[in-house]
Each structure stands twice: as structure tokens, then as C-alpha cells.
Design a protein around this ligand. Sequence first.
Ligand code: NDP
Ligand code: 8X3
Length: 249
Amino acid sequence: MKTAFVTGATAGIGEATVRTLVASGWRCIATGRRKERLEALVDELGADKVHPAVFDVRDSEAMDAAIAGLPEEFAGIDLLVNNAGLAQGLAPAQEASLDDWHTMIDTNVTAMVVLTRKLLPTLIERKGAIIAIGSVAGNYVYPGGNVYAGSKAFVNHFTLALRADLHGTGVRVTSIEPGMVETEFTKVRTGSQEASDDLYRGADPMTGQDIAEMIKWVAELPPHLNINRLEPMPVSQDFAGFRVAREHR
Ligand code: NDP
Ligand code: 8X3
């Protein structure tokens, strides 16, 4: 049985990924800060299938303790799903909060590279795989995206760079860069359930399950195949065109 380390498994894409991988015969280490949600996953799926690792990804010592505390049967990691992340307080750069910017950089960028570096030896030893959840926001900018978009461009590009560094090791690396997915993400991003509902109204977004199925598909491909990047969007979403501000001088 193979083992996956899934960050951000208390909600949305990560939670759907744990359910989907376990249903397909994987063991999962499920991480996040909300302990009760991880415990609910263990109750639902079984302690032999899910190991809850409660820590804030920005806390490197807590991350070390979580890795050191893995039960023996979960300690050999075959798949790292770099998923935990957030958009917070998306506002024009000139109005944005520096605290929000630090939170996004610390979570989406710093924590992801730290965790990846710590798990690379076991992933190499086991000829495993890394799948990162970047975003279309890292490929196409939009107003208010600023640091979130920059952080996701980092995720997309760091992941491709890993593929180059891991050449010859047998480790597979994939960057999945989704558009709108209906999860708790938009609630965090807008700061309220109402604003989040408003953003999705009539938009027919993707679901966490849609992305989880892609993760499973990529993870279970024959070992000679590598998907470098996937960029799924709901049909309703498009990338923006240029804007022109007239008489701006
Ligand atoms: P959710 O808000 O539903 O889930 C986010 C997950 O990340 C939660 O499990 C949360 O756990 C975890 N997380 C956030 N901050 C921390 C932290 N400091 N320490 C530990 N865990 C943390 O969002 P999604 O499922 O939508 O987001 C997952 C990823 O997908 C993110 O990286 C996001 O950028 C990306 N993405 C999302 C899109 C969307 O439209 N939804 C589109 C493209 C990419 P907890 O709060 O319990 O700690
Ligand atoms: C977020 C994707 O399209 O909601 O990562 O901005 S989108």
C-alpha cells in the first residue's frame, strides 16, 4: 500500500483528495490546523488508512515534530501533495494589508518549499511523486491578485524546477494549476460566506472532487509517464484580456 502526505486536508481539495486516494487503496497522512476535522476523517476512513498530523505549515518545528512522529507504517512517503494554501484580503496593492501579504507568502511559498525539502530524501528513495496545487492566478494576473498571484506563480514554477532537479531520480513531478474551485477558499479570500456565495453565483465552478480525481489520475499513471502541468478551468471561466485606461494622464 502506498502512502501520500496531503497538506490542507481539513477542507476543499485536500479533504477530497484524502477520501479519493483512500478509496483507491492509498494510505494518507492528512494535515491541517483543525484537529477535529482530521479526527473526523480518521473516524470515517479508518486509523489504518489516515494518520492525522495537526500543525501549522508555517511552523517549521511543528512540521519536524509531525514528520518525526509518523507511525512506522506511514513513514515511507510515496506522494507529496503540496496543497495547503490561501488567498487572503485580495485588494489593490496600494490598499492591501502587509499582514495578509506575509500570511500568503509564509503559507503558499515558504512552508511549501520547507516541507518539500524535508521530504525529498524519502521521496527520492522510494521513487515517489510530488503534485503541487498552484493556480491559474500564477499564469494570468488579475486586479487584486498581486501577492496571491505571485505566490502561485512561485508554486507553479518551483514545481517545474523540481522536475529539472529530480531528473534521473525516477521521482515524478506535476504542477496542477486550477481556476475556480468551490471550497472554503473563496470564503477566506472574501472574508464572508455571503461574498463567497456571490462570487460563485451562476458560475458553475469546479469542485474539490474534480481536482482530487486529477490528482489520483496523475498519481496512478504508469511509472514511465510524467504530466508536467495541468491547467483545468470551469467552462464558465476565461483568462482576462488587456484593459486600457483612457485619458489617464
Ligand atoms: P480551502 O480553504 O477549502 O482549504 C485550504 C486548506 O489549507 C485547509 O485544509 C487549511 O487547513 C489549509 N491551510 C491553510 N493555511 C494553513 C496553515 N497555515 N497551516 C496548515 N494548513 C493550512 O481551499 P482549497 O481547497 O480551495 O485550496 C487548496 C489549494 O488550492 C490552495 O493552495 C489554493 O491556493 C489552491 N487553489 C484553489 C482554488 C480555488 O478556487 N478554490 C483555485 C486554484 C488553486 P486549516 O485551516 O485547518 O489549517
Ligand atoms: C484561485 C483561482 O480563478 O479563483 O487560485 O483566481 S481563481
